[in-house]
Design a protein around this ligand. Sequence first.
Ligand SMILES: Nc1ncnc2c1ncn2[C@@H]1O[C@H](COP(=O)(O)OP(=O)(O)OP(=O)(O)O)[C@@H](O)[C@H]1O
Ligand SMILES: [Mg+2]
Length: 447
Amino acid sequence: MKLIIVDDEKGVCFALEELFKSAGYDVVSVLNGEEALLSIREGSFDIAIIDYQLPGMNGISLLKEIKAVSSSTEVIIMTGFGSEKISVEAIKNGAFDFIAKPFNNEEIINRVSHVRDKINAQTIHNDGLGYYFSQSMKQVIDTVKTVAIIDTPILITGDSGTGKELLAKAAHMYSGRKGRFIPVNCGAIPQTLIESEFFGAEKGAYTGAGGLKKGFFELAENGTIFLDEIGEMPLELQVKILRVLQESEITRVGSGVPIKINARIIAATNKDLEKEIAEKLFREDLYYRLNVVRIRTKSLSERRDEIEPLSEIFLKEYAVKYQKKITGFTRDLMTQMINHTWNGNIRELKNKIENAVIFCKDDIISSLYLQLDMTSHTENTTNVNKLYDFLNLPDNITQAKRIIVEEFEQAFIMYHLEQNGNNVRNTADRIGLSRQDLYKKIKGFSK
Ligand SMILES: Nc1ncnc2c1ncn2[C@@H]1O[C@H](COP(=O)(O)OP(=O)(O)OP(=O)(O)O)[C@@H](O)[C@H]1O
Ligand SMILES: [Mg+2]
C-alpha cells in the first residue's frame, strides 16, 4: 500500500514516514503541494495524508488537484485545532477523512488503516492488478484467485510483457497474507551477494556489512516472495533455494542458527524450463517443487479481442497523467493495432500508447502518432532532418527560428523519453530539465 505524506514541516514528515514504514506501508514524504502532485502523477499512490496549511496552496486546493490527477487516491487532511469548517469542506470535496492536530500515533494509524481496508476491498477488481476481458484471461485470473489461498508454490510462465508479475501480485493480494510482496530478479544479483541478499547476514558477517541485514525470504515473512526470471537463476543458487523449499528455513550469513520462514513462493519465467532441464541448465528437482500449480499467461496475439479495450483504458490513464484531452484512436489505427504482432505484448502496447499520448496534437490518436512497423519513429515525425528546408519555413527569421527550435525540442525530448522507457523523472535528469518543466513542455506539444 503506497502512501504519500505532504507537510512543510520536515519533522512531521520524518516522524510520520518512520511510523508508517514500520507499520508496513510504502511511504514517501514531500514538503509541498507541487512536489506532491508530481509524485502522485507518477507513482499511483493509494493514500495521501496532507497538511491543510501548506506554502503556496492550501490543503483543499491540493485535495482537488490530487483528485483530478488520480481519482483513486484517498486523501486524509490534517487540520489545525478547531477547524470544523475546513473538515466539512474537505469531506465535501472528496477527502476520505480528516484528523485534527495534534494527534497521537495510534489515532493516525487507525484512521489510515480504515482507508486501507476500504481500498483493499475495492482494489481487487481494478486497481493495479490488471484488466481481463477475454474468456481465456478471465479463466487465468479465476485460477489465480482459487489457488491464492492455498500455500503451494505457483509457477507462472508466458512471454515477456504478458503480465506475469501482475498475476503474481494478484495471487498475493487474494491470498490475504498480511506480509509484503517481495519481487526478486533472480538473474540480476551479483554472485558474491546472492547469499546475503536471499538469506540475510548477521551484523559484521562480511566486510562492508553494517548492521544486521534481512534477506528476501525474511522480508517476505507472512507474505510472498516472487522469484522472477527463475530461468536465469545460477545453478549454485538453485540448490540453495531447493533446500529452503524443502525445509522452510534459512540461515543468515555468519550465523549457525536456522530461522523458520513462512513465505509463499511464486516463480515466473519466459523460458522453456523443460528445455532448460534437458540442457542441464535447470534442476529437475527444483522444477518439480515449483511446478505444483502452473499458470500460463497468453500472449496478446492469442487474445486479440483484448487489444481494443486495453488500449482504451491505457489511453485514459495516460491522458490524465499528461493532462491531454484525447478521446480515442482512429478506426484505421485500431484495426492495425488489433492485427499487429506485439512481440513485447502488453508492455509494448502500453509504451506505444504512452508515447503517442505524449506527442499527440489532435484529440484522437492516428497512425501519425502511433506507428507500428518501426521500432523507433523518431526520424519520421519531426522536421529536424529538414533543418534546411527553407521553403517550408516562414521568411521571417525570428518566426523561422522559433519553429525550428520547437521542432528540435520535441524531437530531442521524444528521443530521450524513448531511451528512458517514457520515464519522465529519468528523462528530466538526463537532459537537465526539472520534472516540472518537462511536464510543461510535454503538455505544450498539444498546442
Ligand atoms: N491485464 C493487464 N491489464 C493491465 N495492465 C497489464 C496487464 N497485463 C500486463 N499489464 C502491464 O503490462 C506491463 C508488463 O506486465 P508484467 O511486468 O506483469 O509482465 P511480465 O510478464 O512480468 O513481463 P516480463 O517477462 O518482461 O518481465 C506492466 O506495466 C503491467 O502493468
Ligand atoms: Mg516480469
